[in-house]
Design a protein around this ligand. Sequence first.
Ligand code: IPE
Ligand code: MG
Length: 232
Amino acid sequence: MDGNGRWAKARFLPRLMGHHRGVEAARKVIRACSDAGVECLTLFAFSSENWKRPEEEVSGLMSLFMSALERESAALLRHNVQMTFIGDRSGFTPGLQEKIRQVEGMTDTCTGMRLLIAANYGGRWDILQAAQRACQQAADEGTDIASLGEAGFGKLLSTAGLPDPDLFIRTGGERRISNFLMWQLAYAELYFTDVLWPEFDANCLQQAFADFANRQRRFGMTGDQVSGDTNA
Ligand code: IPE
Ligand code: MG
């Protein structure tokens, strides 16, 4: 979700106003995805690198997370959305950690869309923590780390049990992954749009879905194999 700051700046507004509008955009996109039958949506809300921003912006973002969780949890429940946080939550204040636990607990029996909020998240952090746990497990159980396969390793990532993303959307004109789900995005279709996040709406989402529908996903095979053309 990129472009909040530039959206605000273009309107001579403080950056935090852009983040406020960003929360509104997120709310609408969550709703649209849930209505469209998306199985799992992950939003990159705050990266492990975002702490480097000016202190005023960081604290503004933290209070925004808190108020958004307070305001939106009932609606999530109503729409049967199960919300989970991924990332190093120990970086947040005890109050915010408690709120996160509360919303996770409140929605943990929801059977609709899975909503993952990546907060204080980094793709390299995720791979590293999984590797450390893999070593620890092997040492504890006396097993050979060399026997750990990709599936086993995937179970140690923060997205354990969830399918890999099919579609990655980045708004705001940048063409980068920026340390998002590094392992999980291996076969994702990448979609970049210049639309700034506060202006990304259900219509933009439909455009991304339409673009995705035109991709041929080969997973290393040939185009003919995938299309089932046996005469080729
Ligand atoms: C993304 O918008 C939101 C967060 C990182 C929380 P930015 O704040 O990165 O917006 P730009 O890139 O400055 O426009
Ligand atoms: Mg940005």
